[in-house]
Ligand binder design. Structure first.
Ligand code: SF4
Length: 488
């Protein structure tokens, strides 16, 4: 893929969720249901998608770069994905990592039978494990963490595939939600901290696994429950069976799912994402209200928080910025000059709601600050007399190592500037972020437990729930290093 093609429909100044997973066991329409589930999870990855289906004899797979609707709209493709068991994966990755060989699900013919596997998240010791496996003679086909897991499963001394998967997972660190198909079952696993989401659903006699409940809604399936941290669910035709892969279980779901990643119509851990975002808006207005004439969301992710802010403050909510949903996927940006126009291609000011007004802009986060700066410039050019910015997350000061694409720390605005400096840089009259405790209140907690936080909030606090083994191991075989060597 050329780097001059912008293939991402969303804002490139956001943290980005890297994957979505979906699986269904026991459906006569398994592949079609999976394609629909992946379509509902498209916001979690837009660069590639794959489905593997199992018909009792063969594993059939189709993987491509592109959007789910384009990849799986072809009747002949769907006709080949036969079987009552299917799973799929949406992928987002940084440019250059998007190669066909890196698209999930991965399939392996093991001595104990076929195995297809896909995961959402990131293993924080995958590079170190890969180094050890290569030293012992393993050959890798891709740069994906999942392949490390396949090698660990292949070399496990356990007798059956379920024990082998549990054994392999015992060696890995990090955050993941995993779905696998064996010749007799479908398996779903969530990491021991439950950082990445995974839910169990039901449609008639079929059971489903999905990153978010919106993927169940699209096919009329009911949400049964969240998979618990460290839980392995085994679907093999009867009632789901459960075992735990670790004795050291702590519940720390990613708080950014609630702020930005998840779709607002999803429910996670019993919480409505939409309501959590509105609660954040209420808390923001209480903490850092400012006299103003209009509350304007930065679309689309700022909308629920802006609604909450407007409700709490009594100041009217208006759609003062309109987003063009069709820009970004295939728009060719041939020069820096045109790239600098990016935000105007995506957003336009609704001048009738801005001219002569004191505006509060509500956004979910500030990453590099490039988009915020351009939006503020645009709102001022549309005639705003004052521009205040309110952010529905605490300052993003640390990188995520758990399957979310974040810039290096030195590129995070909040890691290098004070809030006053950020306000000046972005060009606003005032800037405020929600405090950590207010964010936790919005999530229904009394306050943040600093000894044992109820969520992963490491990108705000630097308080990582797991070891970052690869970061501590300067000699590990990084996938990006492998790629550079290959290109040289
Ligand atoms: Fe989520 Fe931030 Fe934790 Fe990453 S570091 S899992 S984005 S809360």
């Amino acid at each position: 893929m050329s780097s001059s093609l912008s293939t991402h429909p969303f804002d490139d100044d956001k943290l980005r969720e890297e994957c979505g997973v979906f699986g269904i066991f026991g459906s006569s329409d398994a592949a079609a249901h999976t394609a629909l589930g992946l379509h509902a999870l498209q916001h979690r990855g837009q660069e590639a998608a794959g489905i593997v289906a199992y018909d009792g004899e063969r594993f059939n797979s189709h993987k491509e770069l592109g959007l789910v609707g384009d990849i799986f709209s072809d009747q002949s493709t769907m006709a080949r994905l036969t079987g009552s068991v299917a799973m799929g994966h949406n992928r987002y990755s940084t440019t250059g990592d998007t190669e066909i060989r890196n698209i999930q699900p991965l399939f392996a013919d093991l001595s104990i039978g076929g195995l297809a596997i896909a995961h959402n998240g990131n293993l924080t010791n995958a590079g170190t494990l890969r180094q050890e496996l290569v030293r012992r003679g393993s050959l890798f086909q891709s740069t994906m963490d999942s392949e490390v897991l396949i090698h660990l499963i292949a070399t496990s001394p356990c007798d059956n595939v379920i024990d082998r998967i549990a054994d392999a997972l015992g060696k890995i660190e990090g955050a993941y939600s995993l779905v696998a198909i064996t010749e007799t079952s479908m398996i779903g696993v969530r990491d021991p901290y439950g950082v990445r989401p995974l839910v169990l659903g039901r449609l008639d006699d079929a059971y489903l696994l999905a990153s978010e409940s919106c993927a169940l809604d699209i096919i009329g399936a009911e949400l049964v429950r969240d998979i618990q941290p460290g839980e392995m669910v085994i679907l093999d035709g009867g009632e789901p069976k459960t075992r735990f892969i670790s004795a050291n279980l702590k519940h720390k779901p990613c708080i950014f799912e609630y702020i930005y990643f998840a779709r607002p119509d999803s429910v996670m851990e019993g919480k409505s994402i939409y309501q959590a975002r509105k609660n954040i808006g209420h808390e923001l207005a209480q903490e850092s209200g400012v006299p103003a004439d209009v509350i304007i969301p930065v679309p689309d992710s700022g909308v629920p928080s802006a609604l909450g802010y407007a409700e709490e403050s009594g100041i009217p909510f208006e759609l003062g910025i309109i987003r063009n949903h069709y820009v970004g996927r295939t728009f060719i940006e041939p020069s820096q000059e045109i790239r600098n126009l990016g935000v105007r291609l995506k957003h336009n000011a609704n001048k009738t709601k801005i001219a002569g007004q004191r505006v509060v802009l509500v956004d979910d986060s500030i990453v590099r600050g490039t988009t915020s700066r351009k939006i503020v410039e645009m709102v001022r050019a549309a005639g705003a007399t004052e521009v205040h910015m309110r952010i529905a997350s605490p300052p993003t000061s640390y990188s995520c190592f758990y399957g979310v694409d974040t810039p290096e720390r030195k590129h995070l605005l909040a890691a290098t500037m004070t809030i006053a400096e950020m306000a000046e840089h972005i060009g606003v009259d005032s800037l405020a972020f929600i405090s950590q405790d207010a964010l936790y209140r919005a999530m229904g907690e009394t306050l943040r437990n600093s000894e044992n936080p109820q969520f992963c909030d490491a990108c705000f606090t630097g308080d990582y729930p797991t070891r970052l083994t690869d970061e501590e191991n300067p000699t590990r075989a990084r996938p990006s290093m492998l790629k550079e060597l290959k290109r040289a």
